[in-house]
Design a protein around this ligand. Structure first.
Ligand SMILES: Cc1cc2nc3c(=O)[nH]c(=O)nc-3n(C[C@H](O)[C@H](O)[C@H](O)COP(=O)(O)OP(=O)(O)OC[C@H]3O[C@@H](n4cnc5c(N)ncnc54)[C@H](O)[C@@H]3O)c2cc1C
Length: 391
């Protein structure tokens, strides 16, 4: 006999856990299958290397599902201003959330806090059952139900299975959904530092011909720096000892960073793009990185995944209230029609940013010009700011 749930979610990362809390809060029966251990609230004071910029829409979702207030205020860093400029040109675009009547564009928060806060909320929801340390092995998609067999022999049956198991989604493979992918021949080195200046309310990005250099503010004198470059360059930087890396940052990062007190940690990530050819198959839907992976240079991958959660949850909760089938093809098709154009637009925007600023010199000049023109066009600025805020 299979354990039954209305919705089975594979992957309890930030996206899968957000969907589970949103559905569980509305009273839907959810089985959450997570390959790793259940996260607990962090106990140490240090800042983790994985940090995300959450836009206001994402913050609102986390507040609605009861996770936001579990992230202590001193672990969130709201940012009011965004600056972007080209190292080789004269263009600089400056955005200020207050010009749209908002206090901030969003906040920088460590991923481990976002995920742990969601799991703490999940533990309170009686209709959600979590299966940790297990992975799906077999997927059976029948006309009126879907069944998932896990590697410990557990069988789960439901109306719908959601793949939220990240870029290398096993569920996507079991459902036979192909992806289109590309490599930028770049890696991103993420470096946590303490700075001489308090950074606090501004996030900036300088476009160099080798890739952007970005500063993401963290509370107080902490910051997360992101250095994009060819894999060889990143490997060489990674091998520097903390003091040598600190000196390199002071020499090679934009002067507005001010002095770097100390390098606290670093890790590098490959920069890829990937998009599932379809988001759905019979009684199955993909969300988050399982559906789309974009370059982190626009800081929008998680925001995009949380937009998937908002859109899917709205449709599932409405269907549940009307007593309708949660895995019906019309429901899933309508979801995919809603999300695919928005994701494609974001993929195109990040692709354009990447190509313009790392392309041949004429393209780079165009990029500088684009920043300068954006700065002078209030309407374009407002549109871009609305996009960044996500509301
Ligand atoms: C350097 C870098 C910086 C970034 N910065 C930002 C940013 O500032 N803002 C932003 O919006 N986005 C950012 N992103 C993107 C963001 O991190 C991702 O989009 C986001 O983490 C995706 O979340 P997810 O839950 O879909 O997938 P994941 O975080 O990959 O979670 C997948 C979950 O599924 C589980 N799992 C995997 N396989 C299985 C299996 N077979 N069975 C069961 N469970 C499984 C995993 O254990 C994990 O818990 C950044 C990405 C990078 C690389």
């Amino acid at each position: 006999m299979a354990n039954s749930a209305q919705v089975i979610i594979v992957g309890g990362g930030m996206v899968g856990a957000a969907l589970a809390t949103s559905l569980g809060q509305a009273g839907l029966g959810v089985a959450l299958v997570e390959g790793g251990a259940a996260p607990t609230l962090p106990q140490d004071d240090g800042f983790d290397l994985r940090v995300s910029s959450l836009n206001l829409a994402a913050e609102r979702l986390l507040a609605e599902v009861g996770a936001w207030e579990r992230i202590p205020q001193d672990r969130r860093c709201p940012f009011r201003r965004i600056h972007g400029w080209s190292q080789q040109g004269h263009g600089e675009a400056r955005f200020d959330a207050t010009s749209l009547g908002h206090d901030a564009f969003g906040s920088f928060v460590e991923n481990r806090w976002i995920r742990a806060a969601l799991w703490a909320r999940l533990a309170e929801l009686p209709t959600v059952t979590c299966y940790c340390g297990v992975r799906p092995m077999v997927l059976r998609q029948a006309a009126n139900q879907v069944e998932l067999e896990l590697d410990d022999g557990t069988r789960l049956g439901g109306s719908l299975v959601v793949g939220a198991d990240g870029a290398r989604s096993a569920l996507r493979e079991l459902a036979g959904i192909q992806v289109e992918s590309g490599d930028y021949d770049q890696r991103a080195l993420v470096i946590n530092v303490t700075t001489k200046l308090p950074q606090q309310d501004v996030s900036w990005q300088c476009f160099t011909p080798h890739g952007p250099q970005a500063m993401l503010p963290l509370p107080g004198h902490h910051a997360s720096l992101v250095w994009y470059a060819k894999p060889d360059t990143i490997t060489a930087l990674e091998q520097l000892d903390p003091e040598a890396l600190r000196q390199t940052l002071e020499r090679d990062f934009p002067a507005r960073l001010g002095g770097v007190e100390a390098v606290l940690g670093r890790a590098s990530f490959p920069i890829r793009r990937q998009h599932a050819r379809r988001y759905t198959s019979a009684r199955c839907v993909l969300i988050g990185d399982a559906a789309h992976v974009i370059s982190p240079l626009a800081g929008q991958g998680l925001n995009l995944g949380l937009q998937d959660v908002i859109a899917l949850s709205e449709r599932l909760v409405a269907a549940h209230r009307r007593g309708q089938d949660l895995g019906s093809a019309p429901l899933l098709d309508a979801y995919a029609r809603q999300r695919r154009p928005q994701t494609l637009a974001m993929i195109a925007a990040t692709e354009l940013l990447h190509r313009v600023f790392t392309g041949a010199p004429p393209l780079r000049q165009l990029g500088s010009l684009g920043l300068a023109v954006t700065q002078r066009l209030p309407l374009a600025k407002r549109l871009m700011m609305r996009q960044a805020i996500g509301l």
